[in-house]
Design a protein around this ligand. Structure first.
Ligand SMILES: NC(=O)c1ccc[n+]([C@@H]2O[C@H](COP(=O)([O-])OP(=O)(O)OC[C@H]3O[C@@H](n4cnc5c(N)ncnc54)[C@H](O)[C@@H]3O)[C@@H](O)[C@H]2O)c1
Length: 338
Protein backbone atom coordinates (compact mmCIF):
# COMPACT_ATOMS: atom_id res chain seq x y z
CA UNK A 1 0.00 0.00 0.00
CA UNK A 2 1.37 3.43 -0.94
CA UNK A 3 0.33 6.36 1.26
CA UNK A 4 0.88 10.12 0.84
CA UNK A 5 0.33 12.56 3.71
CA UNK A 6 -0.92 16.16 3.66
CA UNK A 7 0.21 18.08 6.75
CA UNK A 8 3.62 17.53 8.34
CA UNK A 9 2.92 18.46 11.96
CA UNK A 10 2.71 16.59 15.22
CA UNK A 11 0.23 13.87 14.21
CA UNK A 12 1.75 13.30 10.77
CA UNK A 13 4.80 11.92 12.56
CA UNK A 14 2.63 9.17 14.14
CA UNK A 15 1.15 8.36 10.75
CA UNK A 16 4.52 8.29 8.97
CA UNK A 17 6.03 6.12 11.71
CA UNK A 18 3.14 3.63 11.49
CA UNK A 19 3.24 3.45 7.70
CA UNK A 20 6.97 2.68 7.79
CA UNK A 21 6.71 0.26 10.75
CA UNK A 22 4.15 -1.80 8.82
CA UNK A 23 6.33 -1.90 5.71
CA UNK A 24 3.98 0.19 3.57
CA UNK A 25 5.35 2.77 1.14
CA UNK A 26 5.36 6.42 2.21
CA UNK A 27 5.50 8.30 -1.10
CA UNK A 28 5.23 12.03 -0.42
CA UNK A 29 4.47 14.56 2.32
CA UNK A 30 2.94 17.97 1.55
CA UNK A 31 2.88 20.97 3.86
CA UNK A 32 2.81 24.64 2.96
CA UNK A 33 5.43 25.10 5.62
CA UNK A 34 8.54 24.05 3.68
CA UNK A 35 10.65 23.39 6.77
CA UNK A 36 8.02 21.06 8.26
CA UNK A 37 7.53 19.16 4.97
CA UNK A 38 11.27 18.74 4.36
CA UNK A 39 12.07 17.70 7.91
CA UNK A 40 9.41 14.99 8.13
CA UNK A 41 10.25 13.71 4.64
CA UNK A 42 13.96 13.57 5.56
CA UNK A 43 13.15 11.65 8.74
CA UNK A 44 11.20 9.01 6.86
CA UNK A 45 12.99 9.04 3.50
CA UNK A 46 10.25 10.16 1.11
CA UNK A 47 9.49 13.00 -1.32
CA UNK A 48 8.08 16.31 -0.11
CA UNK A 49 6.31 19.31 -1.58
CA UNK A 50 4.75 22.59 -0.48
CA UNK A 51 2.10 22.22 -3.16
CA UNK A 52 -0.83 20.00 -2.18
CA UNK A 53 -1.99 19.76 -5.82
CA UNK A 54 1.35 18.18 -6.73
CA UNK A 55 0.75 15.48 -4.11
CA UNK A 56 -2.84 14.96 -5.25
CA UNK A 57 -1.64 14.44 -8.83
CA UNK A 58 0.51 11.50 -7.66
CA UNK A 59 -0.79 7.95 -7.75
CA UNK A 60 -1.35 6.48 -4.28
CA UNK A 61 -3.57 3.92 -2.59
CA UNK A 62 -4.41 6.37 0.19
CA UNK A 63 -4.04 10.05 1.05
CA UNK A 64 -3.91 10.91 4.76
CA UNK A 65 -5.23 14.36 5.72
CA UNK A 66 -3.29 15.49 8.80
CA UNK A 67 -3.79 19.26 8.72
CA UNK A 68 -5.48 21.23 11.55
CA UNK A 69 -9.23 20.73 11.98
CA UNK A 70 -10.22 24.00 10.29
CA UNK A 71 -8.59 22.86 7.01
CA UNK A 72 -9.98 19.29 6.93
CA UNK A 73 -12.95 20.27 4.79
CA UNK A 74 -10.99 21.98 1.97
CA UNK A 75 -8.16 19.47 1.90
CA UNK A 76 -10.36 16.36 2.16
CA UNK A 77 -12.74 17.69 -0.53
CA UNK A 78 -9.76 18.27 -2.86
CA UNK A 79 -8.40 14.77 -2.17
CA UNK A 80 -11.77 13.12 -2.89
CA UNK A 81 -12.25 15.24 -6.03
CA UNK A 82 -8.80 14.08 -7.19
CA UNK A 83 -10.12 10.50 -6.94
CA UNK A 84 -8.23 9.35 -3.86
CA UNK A 85 -9.13 7.02 -1.04
CA UNK A 86 -8.73 9.14 2.10
CA UNK A 87 -7.94 8.82 5.78
CA UNK A 88 -8.97 12.15 7.34
CA UNK A 89 -7.93 13.04 10.87
CA UNK A 90 -10.77 13.75 13.30
CA UNK A 91 -13.08 15.60 13.60
CA UNK A 92 -14.02 15.18 9.94
CA UNK A 93 -14.84 18.89 9.54
CA UNK A 94 -15.77 21.75 11.84
CA UNK A 95 -19.53 21.76 11.15
CA UNK A 96 -22.33 19.39 10.29
CA UNK A 97 -23.00 21.49 7.19
CA UNK A 98 -19.46 20.94 5.85
CA UNK A 99 -19.58 17.28 6.80
CA UNK A 100 -22.86 16.77 4.94
CA UNK A 101 -21.27 18.23 1.78
CA UNK A 102 -18.26 15.99 2.18
CA UNK A 103 -20.42 12.89 2.71
CA UNK A 104 -22.36 13.73 -0.49
CA UNK A 105 -19.12 14.01 -2.44
CA UNK A 106 -17.77 10.76 -1.00
CA UNK A 107 -20.99 8.96 -1.92
CA UNK A 108 -20.88 10.36 -5.48
CA UNK A 109 -17.23 9.44 -6.01
CA UNK A 110 -17.52 6.01 -4.36
CA UNK A 111 -13.94 6.14 -3.11
CA UNK A 112 -13.19 4.71 0.37
CA UNK A 113 -13.11 7.43 3.04
CA UNK A 114 -12.11 6.79 6.64
CA UNK A 115 -11.97 9.15 9.61
CA UNK A 116 -9.25 8.85 12.24
CA UNK A 117 -11.38 7.92 15.25
CA UNK A 118 -8.71 5.36 16.02
CA UNK A 119 -9.73 4.62 19.62
CA UNK A 120 -12.44 2.32 18.31
CA UNK A 121 -9.99 0.06 16.44
CA UNK A 122 -8.29 -1.21 19.62
CA UNK A 123 -9.06 -4.91 20.32
CA UNK A 124 -10.10 -3.99 23.89
CA UNK A 125 -12.76 -1.68 22.48
CA UNK A 126 -13.99 -4.46 20.20
CA UNK A 127 -14.32 -6.71 23.28
CA UNK A 128 -16.10 -3.89 25.09
CA UNK A 129 -18.70 -3.93 22.30
CA UNK A 130 -19.49 -7.52 23.28
CA UNK A 131 -19.82 -6.43 26.91
CA UNK A 132 -22.25 -3.65 25.92
CA UNK A 133 -24.41 -6.23 24.14
CA UNK A 134 -24.76 -8.02 27.50
CA UNK A 135 -26.06 -5.13 29.64
CA UNK A 136 -29.67 -5.60 28.51
CA UNK A 137 -31.90 -2.59 28.02
CA UNK A 138 -29.64 0.43 28.42
CA UNK A 139 -30.87 2.92 31.00
CA UNK A 140 -28.06 5.43 31.42
CA UNK A 141 -24.55 6.28 30.36
CA UNK A 142 -21.62 8.48 31.25
CA UNK A 143 -19.00 9.82 28.86
CA UNK A 144 -16.12 11.38 30.76
CA UNK A 145 -13.14 13.14 29.15
CA UNK A 146 -10.81 14.96 31.54
CA UNK A 147 -7.28 15.80 30.48
CA UNK A 148 -4.73 17.45 32.75
CA UNK A 149 -3.93 21.02 31.78
CA UNK A 150 -1.55 22.81 34.15
CA UNK A 151 -2.66 26.32 35.09
CA UNK A 152 0.74 27.56 33.89
CA UNK A 153 -0.18 26.59 30.29
CA UNK A 154 -3.05 29.04 29.98
CA UNK A 155 -0.96 32.24 29.81
CA UNK A 156 1.05 30.64 26.97
CA UNK A 157 -2.14 29.66 25.11
CA UNK A 158 -3.57 33.16 25.62
CA UNK A 159 -0.37 34.72 24.28
CA UNK A 160 -0.32 32.46 21.22
CA UNK A 161 -3.96 33.25 20.47
CA UNK A 162 -3.35 36.99 20.88
CA UNK A 163 -0.40 36.79 18.45
CA UNK A 164 -2.33 34.85 15.80
CA UNK A 165 -6.09 35.18 16.46
CA UNK A 166 -6.85 33.42 13.17
CA UNK A 167 -4.91 30.33 14.22
CA UNK A 168 -7.26 27.39 14.29
CA UNK A 169 -7.31 26.19 17.88
CA UNK A 170 -10.11 23.97 19.06
CA UNK A 171 -10.55 23.19 22.72
CA UNK A 172 -10.74 19.89 24.54
CA UNK A 173 -14.36 19.21 23.58
CA UNK A 174 -13.79 19.18 19.82
CA UNK A 175 -10.30 17.71 19.91
CA UNK A 176 -10.78 14.96 22.49
CA UNK A 177 -14.50 14.89 23.22
CA UNK A 178 -15.09 14.03 19.54
CA UNK A 179 -13.23 10.70 19.98
CA UNK A 180 -15.47 9.75 22.91
CA UNK A 181 -18.65 10.92 21.18
CA UNK A 182 -17.69 8.69 18.26
CA UNK A 183 -17.29 5.79 20.68
CA UNK A 184 -20.65 6.55 22.29
CA UNK A 185 -22.48 6.55 18.94
CA UNK A 186 -20.58 3.44 17.83
CA UNK A 187 -21.47 1.54 21.02
CA UNK A 188 -24.88 2.87 22.02
CA UNK A 189 -26.43 4.04 18.76
CA UNK A 190 -27.81 7.43 17.75
CA UNK A 191 -28.72 10.40 19.92
CA UNK A 192 -32.36 11.45 19.72
CA UNK A 193 -32.03 14.84 21.36
CA UNK A 194 -29.58 17.01 23.26
CA UNK A 195 -31.63 17.79 26.36
CA UNK A 196 -29.27 20.37 27.84
CA UNK A 197 -25.69 21.53 27.54
CA UNK A 198 -23.36 24.05 29.10
CA UNK A 199 -19.94 25.20 27.91
CA UNK A 200 -17.54 27.05 30.18
CA UNK A 201 -14.73 28.98 28.53
CA UNK A 202 -11.29 29.87 29.86
CA UNK A 203 -11.27 33.55 30.72
CA UNK A 204 -9.03 35.81 28.67
CA UNK A 205 -8.72 33.60 25.56
CA UNK A 206 -9.65 35.28 22.27
CA UNK A 207 -10.88 33.44 20.23
CA UNK A 208 -12.69 31.52 23.00
CA UNK A 209 -11.33 28.17 24.21
CA UNK A 210 -13.60 25.82 26.11
CA UNK A 211 -12.45 24.49 29.46
CA UNK A 212 -15.51 22.45 30.51
CA UNK A 213 -18.52 21.03 28.68
CA UNK A 214 -21.53 19.32 30.19
CA UNK A 215 -24.31 17.78 28.13
CA UNK A 216 -27.30 15.57 28.75
CA UNK A 217 -28.33 13.34 25.85
CA UNK A 218 -31.51 11.42 25.21
CA UNK A 219 -30.57 8.37 23.16
CA UNK A 220 -32.81 6.69 20.61
CA UNK A 221 -32.56 3.52 22.72
CA UNK A 222 -34.45 5.38 25.49
CA UNK A 223 -31.50 5.88 27.85
CA UNK A 224 -30.02 9.15 29.11
CA UNK A 225 -26.30 9.86 28.80
CA UNK A 226 -24.29 12.47 30.67
CA UNK A 227 -21.25 13.95 28.95
CA UNK A 228 -18.51 15.76 30.88
CA UNK A 229 -15.40 16.96 29.15
CA UNK A 230 -12.72 19.32 30.36
CA UNK A 231 -9.18 20.55 30.76
CA UNK A 232 -8.52 20.73 34.50
CA UNK A 233 -5.23 20.99 36.44
CA UNK A 234 -5.67 17.64 38.24
CA UNK A 235 -2.81 15.20 37.74
CA UNK A 236 -3.44 12.40 40.27
CA UNK A 237 -6.86 11.33 39.05
CA UNK A 238 -8.18 8.73 36.58
CA UNK A 239 -7.70 4.97 36.38
CA UNK A 240 -3.92 5.30 36.08
CA UNK A 241 -3.73 8.32 38.41
CA UNK A 242 -2.04 10.37 35.71
CA UNK A 243 -4.75 12.99 35.20
CA UNK A 244 -5.99 11.29 32.03
CA UNK A 245 -9.50 10.50 33.21
CA UNK A 246 -11.47 9.12 30.28
CA UNK A 247 -14.21 6.54 30.40
CA UNK A 248 -17.48 5.38 28.96
CA UNK A 249 -19.91 3.72 31.34
CA UNK A 250 -23.12 2.16 30.00
CA UNK A 251 -25.64 0.87 32.52
CA UNK A 252 -28.45 -1.51 31.67
CA UNK A 253 -30.97 -3.77 33.36
CA UNK A 254 -28.65 -6.78 33.22
CA UNK A 255 -25.25 -5.23 33.67
CA UNK A 256 -22.81 -2.34 33.84
CA UNK A 257 -20.07 -1.99 31.21
CA UNK A 258 -17.14 0.38 31.66
CA UNK A 259 -14.35 1.25 29.24
CA UNK A 260 -11.27 3.14 30.42
CA UNK A 261 -9.51 4.60 27.39
CA UNK A 262 -5.92 5.83 27.18
CA UNK A 263 -3.67 8.72 26.35
CA UNK A 264 -3.55 8.66 22.54
CA UNK A 265 0.19 9.23 22.23
CA UNK A 266 1.24 6.35 24.49
CA UNK A 267 0.21 3.11 22.75
CA UNK A 268 3.46 1.50 23.94
CA UNK A 269 2.75 2.19 27.64
CA UNK A 270 -0.98 2.02 28.16
CA UNK A 271 -3.86 -0.15 27.09
CA UNK A 272 -7.58 0.48 27.44
CA UNK A 273 -9.40 -1.69 29.99
CA UNK A 274 -12.95 -3.01 29.53
CA UNK A 275 -15.09 -4.19 32.45
CA UNK A 276 -18.49 -5.82 32.76
CA UNK A 277 -20.63 -6.50 35.80
CA UNK A 278 -23.02 -9.26 34.63
CA UNK A 279 -26.06 -9.37 36.92
CA UNK A 280 -27.23 -12.78 35.68
CA UNK A 281 -24.10 -14.53 36.94
CA UNK A 282 -23.21 -11.94 39.60
CA UNK A 283 -19.70 -11.71 38.24
CA UNK A 284 -17.34 -8.98 37.14
CA UNK A 285 -15.21 -9.62 34.06
CA UNK A 286 -12.45 -7.45 32.75
CA UNK A 287 -10.44 -7.48 29.55
CA UNK A 288 -7.17 -5.88 28.53
CA UNK A 289 -5.78 -6.78 25.11
CA UNK A 290 -2.42 -5.22 25.90
CA UNK A 291 -0.51 -2.55 24.02
CA UNK A 292 -1.73 -1.97 20.48
CA UNK A 293 -0.66 1.07 18.50
CA UNK A 294 -3.97 2.54 17.35
CA UNK A 295 -2.33 4.33 14.44
CA UNK A 296 -0.77 1.11 13.13
CA UNK A 297 -4.03 -0.76 13.65
CA UNK A 298 -5.79 1.95 11.64
CA UNK A 299 -3.49 1.38 8.63
CA UNK A 300 -3.71 -2.41 8.92
CA UNK A 301 -7.50 -2.14 8.76
CA UNK A 302 -7.37 0.31 5.87
CA UNK A 303 -5.31 -2.17 3.87
CA UNK A 304 -7.97 -4.81 4.55
CA UNK A 305 -10.77 -2.40 3.66
CA UNK A 306 -9.09 -1.50 0.38
CA UNK A 307 -9.03 -5.23 -0.38
CA UNK A 308 -12.79 -5.34 0.20
CA UNK A 309 -13.03 -6.58 3.80
CA UNK A 310 -15.54 -5.08 6.23
CA UNK A 311 -13.66 -3.23 9.01
CA UNK A 312 -14.45 -1.21 12.12
CA UNK A 313 -13.03 2.14 10.95
CA UNK A 314 -15.25 5.22 11.14
CA UNK A 315 -16.95 6.06 7.85
CA UNK A 316 -17.69 9.57 6.57
CA UNK A 317 -21.35 9.04 7.48
CA UNK A 318 -20.47 8.07 11.06
CA UNK A 319 -18.07 11.01 11.43
CA UNK A 320 -20.81 13.30 10.13
CA UNK A 321 -23.02 12.09 13.02
CA UNK A 322 -20.28 13.14 15.47
CA UNK A 323 -20.00 16.60 13.88
CA UNK A 324 -23.79 16.97 14.00
CA UNK A 325 -23.78 16.06 17.70
CA UNK A 326 -20.98 18.56 18.41
CA UNK A 327 -23.01 21.28 16.63
CA UNK A 328 -26.15 20.28 18.57
CA UNK A 329 -24.32 20.45 21.91
CA UNK A 330 -22.88 23.88 21.08
CA UNK A 331 -26.37 25.04 20.04
CA UNK A 332 -27.99 23.69 23.23
CA UNK A 333 -25.30 25.39 25.33
CA UNK A 334 -26.23 28.73 23.77
CA UNK A 335 -29.92 28.10 24.45
CA UNK A 336 -29.26 27.50 28.12
CA UNK A 337 -27.20 30.68 28.36
CA UNK A 338 -23.80 29.00 28.90
N1 LIG B 1 -6.09 10.79 16.31
C1 LIG B 1 -5.71 11.51 17.35
O1 LIG B 1 -5.83 11.08 18.49
C2 LIG B 1 -5.15 12.87 17.15
C3 LIG B 1 -4.26 13.40 18.08
C4 LIG B 1 -3.72 14.68 17.84
C5 LIG B 1 -4.13 15.40 16.72
N2 LIG B 1 -5.04 14.86 15.85
C6 LIG B 1 -5.53 15.60 14.68
O2 LIG B 1 -4.47 15.77 13.74
C7 LIG B 1 -4.68 16.97 12.98
C8 LIG B 1 -3.39 17.75 12.93
O3 LIG B 1 -2.99 18.08 14.24
P1 LIG B 1 -1.46 18.39 14.56
O4 LIG B 1 -1.35 18.41 16.04
O5 LIG B 1 -0.58 17.50 13.78
O6 LIG B 1 -1.32 19.88 13.99
P2 LIG B 1 0.03 20.67 13.70
O7 LIG B 1 -0.33 22.11 13.78
O8 LIG B 1 1.15 20.12 14.52
O9 LIG B 1 0.38 20.31 12.17
C9 LIG B 1 -0.44 20.63 11.09
C10 LIG B 1 0.44 20.88 9.88
O10 LIG B 1 -0.44 21.09 8.76
C11 LIG B 1 0.11 22.14 7.96
N3 LIG B 1 -1.01 22.70 7.19
C12 LIG B 1 -2.03 23.45 7.65
N4 LIG B 1 -2.91 23.69 6.65
C13 LIG B 1 -2.42 23.07 5.56
C14 LIG B 1 -2.88 22.96 4.22
N5 LIG B 1 -4.05 23.51 3.84
N6 LIG B 1 -2.14 22.27 3.33
C15 LIG B 1 -0.97 21.70 3.72
N7 LIG B 1 -0.48 21.78 4.97
C16 LIG B 1 -1.20 22.45 5.88
C17 LIG B 1 0.73 23.09 8.95
O11 LIG B 1 1.72 23.90 8.31
C18 LIG B 1 1.31 22.13 9.98
O12 LIG B 1 2.66 21.79 9.69
C19 LIG B 1 -5.82 17.70 13.68
O13 LIG B 1 -6.99 17.49 12.94
C20 LIG B 1 -5.97 17.01 15.02
O14 LIG B 1 -7.30 16.99 15.50
C21 LIG B 1 -5.53 13.60 16.04
Amino acid sequence: MKVNIIGAGNIADYHARSIKALGYELGMIADFNEKAARQLADNYGCHWTTNTDELLAEKADLVTVAVPNAFHFDVAMAAVKAGHAVLCEKPMTRSAQQSRQLVELVEQNEQPFFVGYMKRVHPTVQKFREYVARIGTMRSGLVRVYHPMPSSSWPIIKKQLAQSPNAALDGVFVNSGSHMLDLLLYLAGPVKKVLAARMQYQEGCFPKVDQMTHALLEMENGSTVTVECGWLPLFGVGKRENGWDELIELRGESGLSTLHTTLWERPQYESPVAELWDESIKTKESFNAGMVDNFQEEYRLIEKALLGEAVTLATAQEAFAVDQLIDDIFAAAKQTGE
